[in-house]
Structures are given as C-alpha cells and as structure tokens.
Design a protein. Sequence first.
Length: 582
Amino acid sequence: MYMSTNSQNKNCQNCKSDFIIESDDFGFYEKIKVPPPTFCPECRAIRRLIWRNERSLYHNTCAFSGKNIISMFDPELKLTVYDREIWWSDKWDPTTYGQTYDFSKPFFLQFKELLQKVPLENLGNTNCINSEYGNHNTDCKNCYLTYATFRGENVAYTKGGVEVKDSLDLFTVMKSEQAYEDVVCSGLYKTHFSYDSDDSINSQFLTSCMNLHDCLGCINLRHKRNTIFNVEYSKEEYEKQLVQYDFGSYKNLETFKKEYSDFIKPYPRRFAALLKSVSVTGDNVMTSKNSKMIFDIFGEVEDSKYITHGMSVKNSYDAYGAGKMEFLYEGVDAGIDASKVLFAVLTHRSMETHYTYMCFSSKYLFGCIGMRKQEYCILNKKDSKEDYEKILPKIIQHMNDMPYIDEKGRVYKYGEFFPADLAPFAYNETIAQEYYPLSKKEAKESGFKWKEREEKNYEIEIKSEELPDHIKDVADSIVGKVIECKQSGQCNEQCTEAFKITLDELHFYRRMNLTLPRLCPNCRHFQRLGKRNPLGLWGRSCMCVQSGHDHQGKCSVSFETPYSPEMPEVIYCEKCYQKEVY
C-alpha cells in the first residue's frame, strides 16, 4: 500500500530541508508495511538518539526495595525505577499495568501515561559483574565509567569497546589489551594515542597504520618496526631515539601532541574507512555489503541503511546500537536474535513488535513497556491472538486519523518514531548532544528538553595545575583525592568539573609510564569524540595530483566521504591512497 517504483523528493517536516527517498527504500517500507518517513535522515537520527542516555548517571532509589542504586533516570522525573535484580525477578508483573486502548486520544499520549507507571530497569546493562558505574554494556567485568561496551574486562572511561581488556580511555576499539586513548582501532596491544590503526604493538601516536611494532608518531604505514615520524631505524637506534620522548611527563606529552599534529597535516587520508566491504557508503565499517550511510560497524551489515554502532544486521533501516537481527526499523539498542522489530528502544530477543521500550524475549507487542516473555499485548494489556490481530489494524488507522502533534506542530502518525518530548531524558543528557551538539538556546528552539547544570560544590583538593608533571613523582596518596578538571565546566562537554584517580588507574599509568590526565572523564571522552569524522557524507573528488598514480593531472574519481569540504585533510580515493601507503 506504500509502494513506489521511483525515487521521490520529500520535505522534512522538522528542519524543512529536502531529502530523497530512493526506490529501494520504498521497497523496504513495503516489506515491513510502514509508510515512508516524513523526517529527513539526520532529523530521524537525532530523534532516536534523544532516547539514549549513556553517560548521565544518577544516585536513585529502587522503588521496590528502597535500596540505593545507580540509574540513568534522574530521580526528579519521579519515574518508577527498580534495581536490576528486582526488575528481572518474578516479584512484579508488567501486565498488571495494562491499559485498554482508548480511541478517544492519540496513541502517544497513552504511551506516555504508561511510561509514567511501569517500573523501569535502572540501567541498560546485561550480564555485567562489578560494573554498576556504566550503561548499555553487555558481558562486562570490573568495568568503571564504561558505556556501550561488549565483553570488556578491567576497562574504564571507555565507549564502544568490543572484547577489550585492561585498558583506559577508548572510543570504538575492538580486541585490544593495555590500550590507552585510542579512537576507532582494532587489535592493539600496549598502543596509545592512536586513530584508525589496527594490529599494532608497543606503539604510540599512530594514524591510519596497520601491523606496526615499536613505532612512534607515524601515519599511513604498513608492516613496519622501529619507526619514528615515518623514518625507520635499527632496533638499537630506535631505542636510543625513543629516550627523548618521555610521556610520563605532562609537559613532554603536550609538546609532542602539537609536533605530531603538525607532522601529519600534509599526509593524505583515505576517503573512508571501509574494510573488506562491498557496495557500502559510510565510515569505520568492517565486512559489510550492499548498505548505505552506515557508521562504526563491527561487521556483517547487509542490505541496510542509516545504521550506526552495530554488527550482524540485515535488511534494516534507521538504528543506533543494533546487532544480530533482521528487519529492524527505527531502533535504539535493539536486536540479539530478533526480527521485525519496529520503533523500539532497549528491545531484545523479540519479534513482530511495534513501539516498545525495555522489552525482552517477547513477540506480538504494540505500545508496551517492560515486557518479558510475553506475547499479544497492547499497552501492556494481554489479549488473545484473535483479538490482537483484530484490533491492531484499527489502532494503526487510529494513529493516522488522530495523530499526536507536539508543541512545534510536528505530526506523529503510525510510522514515526517516538516523539522527542516523550523521552525520559533531556537533550544534553543523551548521545544526541555528542553527535549533534546544540546550545541550550538551540535545543529549546527545537522543542527539546534541557537539563540545567547542577551546582557541584566539590571541595577541590588538588587543582589540575598542581598535579606533578611526571608520573614517577605521583604518590599513592593521590588515590581518591578530588582533582579539579582543567576545563572546570567552562565547556559544552558535560564536564563533571572534578574527578578522582583510582588505585588500578594509577598502577596502569605507572606501568605504561603515562602522565596523569588533567581533564575529567567526560571532557576526555568528548575530545576523543572530536577526533572521529561526523556521521554524515559529502560528495567530493580525489585531491591527488601525484604522478605515477594512473592519472594525468588531478585524479577525477568522485566518492562520498565523511570528510566535509570545510575539513583541512587531504583526501584520496582508495586507489590513490593505496599507491601512497602500500
């Protein structure tokens, strides 16, 4: 009923910009029986991300037991929040909160009422041990202030880790150990301050490198040893040269960062990081095919579009945090042996669901919250199979006849994701602020909620400028002291204004001969985030003018790249880039 054989130009009802729905897109929408979107891809992404709070954690109270807990829900919201152990137990039943569908008011208003009543799990963690200070993690052990991480062990201050161990301060890193301050890397061991580099050992400050061993300050190298600023030395000479670069000193580290930044500026960059992938557009993608606009993909995404931070996804559109599923549409943290999950947040091991929040191992749900091992439910009220199938088309029609309209006049019929004003989070509490940062004024003008900065009133024990320059001069007594963040809240990076050093962390810095950080974990995270490319693509042409690259004059190859035209990097097509680095 929604089929179109041609591409169509649409105007986004949110930002009023034009966007294109391709003929293949219409085919996907027809398969899952949803209408085409009325928001452009970027506005849809922002709308989804407003429903994902990763890093804003609060002290809260379990409404069932009275136990003090860590929660992603601000206690000021007055939501019913349970500790994980209670939430997953049989001590309560989500169907007791069921509501009979009311055809006299919009669906999303009824969903909002349900959200105010049904108990919510305090954090989005699964099978995590001694890792309560973190969120949206799975199979983690001894992790601290770590987020969106899978199979992490002894990891801290990390986002997007997959199978990482004994490491600190990472962003989107796979299968690495004793790594520090790395961004979009894989297969590292004792490798620090690196970006877009893989399979390297005992190295620091690498950019777009692979299989390096004992290297420092390199870019675009493959299979090298004992190299500094792309110059290869004998083992003995390398060790002699390395002595002058002592990153146990904060002063030395900051000086080297500037020197390295200047060194890599003229070197070409690959137009996008697409590893072993075919017919793919996006960035930081591994082993995927036939997919467009996909980012930070750990592997095996097929026939999909607009997917970020995912793996093992097929025939799916519009998702952040997705894995092991097929036919997902408009999802956040969804998947794991799932199929045909539409408009979902924190929904796993489920199938044939519409508009669900925090539901698990269920099927045939519509507008449900907190369901586990349930089927044929609408607004948490259990129905027979026959009644469910009979009323479902009527509800969809009702959503179209009586849509929800927010204060900005945005119309939400069936097929639109949850309205932003229903989300239990403010814009600047969520990862929307990380990828699409707004000022308070901009957020308010867009109709988004904003969380005012709380007065911290920390009793600062050590100012950042008072920290010892060298790690060798740091005493054990620093553990647990309140240290002032160098930015002291004068930034737009969710600064906590102060931080502490743990004993395990101090031991790590000493082993690696690394100076203490001067920024709080949130500010460090935002600085790492700033190193990655935006979640967008621009049409550009190769900038190569090198002779011997199978072209005369400037290369004429065009491509879609995450490097916007305003960015200073020199961008090459894949063929020209390989000529430079292989």
